[in-house]
Design a protein around this ligand. Sequence first.
Ligand code: ARG
Length: 436
Amino acid sequence: MNLKNFVSSIDYDIVLAEYDMQGSIAHTDMLAKCRIITRAEASKITSALKKMIDEFKKGKLKLKGEDIHTAVELELTKRIGTTAGKMHTARSRNDQVVLAERMYIKDQIKNINDNIDESISAIKKLAKKHPSCVMPGFTHLQNAQPVLFSHWILSYAWMLKRDKERFSDLYKRTDVMPLGAAAFAGTEFPIDRKYTAKLLGFRKISDNSVDTVSDRDYIAEFLADCAILAMHISRFAEELVIWSSQQFGFIKFSSDFTTGSSIMPQKRNPDFAEILRAKTGRIYGNLMAILTIMKGIPLSYNRDMQEDKEPMFDSVETVKISLAAFSEMFSAMKVNEDKMSEACGKGHILSTDVADYLVKKGIPFRHAHGIVSKLSDYLISSGKRFEDLTKKEWKRFSDKFDASVKKIFDYKSAAEKKDCDGGTSTRSVKKQLSVL
Ligand code: ARG
């Protein structure tokens, strides 16, 4: 077995190539500005690096070495000779790798937040398309109370909005420039770290060189944010799988997002939603990987930390494709308003409204709850609905019931009545749509 690749990372940290080279250009500029190397040396280095970036973008740059940092320097040495080695003054791969990773995550946070925006837009669009559709809301997957379909699905938009906020918050902690920590102790050269930070667009520089090279919180946090986001997408996917089943029939996936069965000709399986649900597994796994890698290593840098990259890259790609798949699948999906309204007839979902009716007649809620609970048992055992009850039957449970109780039995108005801020009324939905 060839073990050369065991400690090598070039096969995957190539993703960081551009950031590494940009970092080297800025570091070299700073070295010249601080007169640690000459201007002539610096421009020799930076113009060669710029050319390499161009070639890399065109897919023409071949890099070989143990890791991306070594590979870039080796290639540069091939091109300009030993001057290349000057760019590594006052620097170590330990702070260099942190720089590239931080630059990468900053970019990915922006990309992912854009993708989240697209998903939120898809949800808002569907909510607007079905403004008065009523469905049974669930607790314990049992029909519970009527709710506007738009209100129900917008709850996922709020989750995604929080995901965006979490990423943006992490951005602040990632936006810290590590170069200058060198191996872990800093450097004796008179460098200007703030200048490097400015060149690379960082908000601030790190404060403790040991922490700078030892810290991978920005990756753990990034992967945790990805995990929470994936959990949200997975819950929605699960809900859509349930809704698309024959038992529910609330939605129909476009055929582009279902596949058939190799044996049962009638099947239209919701594979996209299922795969979305399952992708959560690897995203959680990536979080577990970084937490486990980091939990037992002493300060400062240890090679264990090289294993931080694959989980990070994998979560980035998985989250991005999942959000894209979700947005497209969701936008192409058809809603069956009739099925949702039909489902409102099951499970006596206006029981709470009946209890509230008694409360308005002066009965304490706890007592009203007991009355309606008995009433529900009666409905279940007699196979009746509230609407079927005679005056005599109503009175058997409470003499507060009169003819006005009939007004309760409209699902749409039951939903509309819940007009408190954040409730399931059209007014509330409109407000949400305007702020989301
Ligand atoms: N490829 C290494 C990593 O990703 C770079 C740092 C190597 N530093 C060292 N002292 N071996 O962690």
